[in-house]
Design a protein around this ligand. Structure first.
Ligand code: HGY
Ligand code: MN
Ligand code: MN
Length: 396
């Protein structure tokens, strides 16, 4: 728990937790985690995308289990999203340090899961799963820095990216411990949950383009006001999501240009995050929402464009690995709740390459992506116990 507090001090924004991909705060987090990994007997290396990896070798020919999560955060984040999964993995490595194991063990701290800096989530885990597209190296952040340059600025070599990939023949599976980021476990009085599937998500960027005009002299009936159409669209997003069972749709970011009180807004760019367990429903909902946006733009005389930034199908966790995790958790206490994850995780990406399973921890209020995010020490201890038992039970 103290380690979570210490890592929370590795921030790009003093006074709140913001730790972006390959930022100075990420470098500070690496410098903090490295001695902790080493004191658990792990050898440490950083791959070309900034993933920090602590390695315990296994017996010759044995496969290795990966345990981890991400250490980047959203702006003004809590202390536990991502970080707790890495530190639970570290605690398991420490608990087993002096015991013989039939397998190897890697603890992974992924460098970019949230997708804040380059508007592309999961860059770190994509390198590990060898699904990283080198075309992304040309993507720029808000300061115009390319991903390739950001890697070099961090002291890494983008040409070494292919070496980040794990061979699926060497990997037994990937386990991601993570706070639930929702209210279900708490509402059921359960400490731990085992994830059955992670719902699909799409992230898009919509642009409404009108004409800047003088706020005082332009008659109301001759305006092309981008913000009026965008605002109407945002309420339509809430209505559509409320009317479609289990659909989640969110406009989290609005950028207005020129963003001046006495100028009719010329351009509004919106983010749109759409999620559903059924990929067809998610895709159809996006079509319906974009159709509504287009008609709202037309009515106001605006140009409307849309850019899909990322799209991820729903993924099922590996049944065998999940069953093993479930039985390890069942011996520890009440059988864990089986549940669907509304949040995306690095396990989504690794599931394309390796068997994956997720262990969820209850946390008060299910509050996340917020500084009030907390977790109960007893639940963290339970997760460490369960995963230590789980790793002991694994055969090569
Ligand atoms: O947005 C998500 O689903 C996750 O927190 N990255
Ligand atoms: Mn998150
Ligand atoms: Mn997370």
């Amino acid at each position: 728990m103290q380690r979570c507090d210490t890592l929370a001090l590795c921030t790009d924004e003093p006074g709140r937790v913001t730790r972006l991909f390959l930022s100075p705060a990420m470098r500070q987090a690496h410098a903090t985690l490295t001695p902790w990994f080493q004191s658990a007997g792990l050898t440490v290396h950083t791959d070309a995308l900034g993933n920090l990896i602590g390695r315990r070798p296994g017996p010759p020919e044995a496969k290795r289990l990966l345990i981890g999560s991400h250490i980047d955060s959203v702006p003004n984040a809590g202390k536990y999203d991502g970080v707790l999964g890495v530190l639970i993995g570290l605690a398991v490595a420490e608990a087993l340090e002096h015991e013989p194991l039939a397998i190897g063990l890697d603890i992974l701290a992924f460098s970019e899961e949230e997708g804040v800096r380059f508007a592309k989530p999961y860059l770190g885990s994509r390198a590990i799963a060898s699904t990283f597209d080198s075309a992304w190296l040309a993507r720029t952040d808000e300061a115009g820095v390319t991903l390739s340059q950001a890697i070099e600025d961090f002291g890494l070599d983008p040409t070494q990216l292919p070496a980040s990939a794990y061979d699926s023949l060497e990997v037994l599976g990937y386990i991601e411990p993570h706070i639930e980021q929702g209210p279900l476990l708490e509402s059921r009085g359960e400490s731990l949950g085992v994830v059955t599937s992670i719902i699909g998500q799409s992230r898009l960027r919509l642009s409404f383009r009108g004409r800047a005009a003088h706020a005082g002299t332009t008659p109301m009936d001759s305006r092309q006001d981008a913000l009026v159409a965008a605002a109407t669209f945002i309420t339509a997003v809430r209505r559509t999501a409320s009317e479609t069972p289990d659909l989640r749709a969110t406009v989290g970011r609005v950028e207005v240009t020129p963003n001046a009180p006495n100028v009719v807004p010329a351009l509004v760019e919106l983010s749109l995050d759409v999620r559903h367990a059924e990929d067809e429903i998610r895709e159809q909902s996006i079509v319906n929402l974009l159709d509504e946006a287009y008609h709202l733009a037309q009515r106001e005389g605006l140009a409307f464009t849309v850019l899909e930034r990322s799209s991820q199908s729903s993924v099922k966790m590996d049944p065998a690995l999940t069953a093993q995790l479930h039985s390890a958790a069942s011996h520890h206490g009440a059988p864990p709740l089986s549940m669907v994850s509304g949040a995306g995780h690095d396990a989504v990406i690794l599931s394309e390459r390796f068997p994956v399973a997720m262990l969820f921890l209850r946390h008060p209020g299910g509050v996340s992506h917020h500084p009030d995010e907390t977790v109960e020490e007893a639940d963290v201890a339970a997760a460490i116990e369960v995963l230590t038992k789980f790793v002991r039970s694994l055969r090569p």
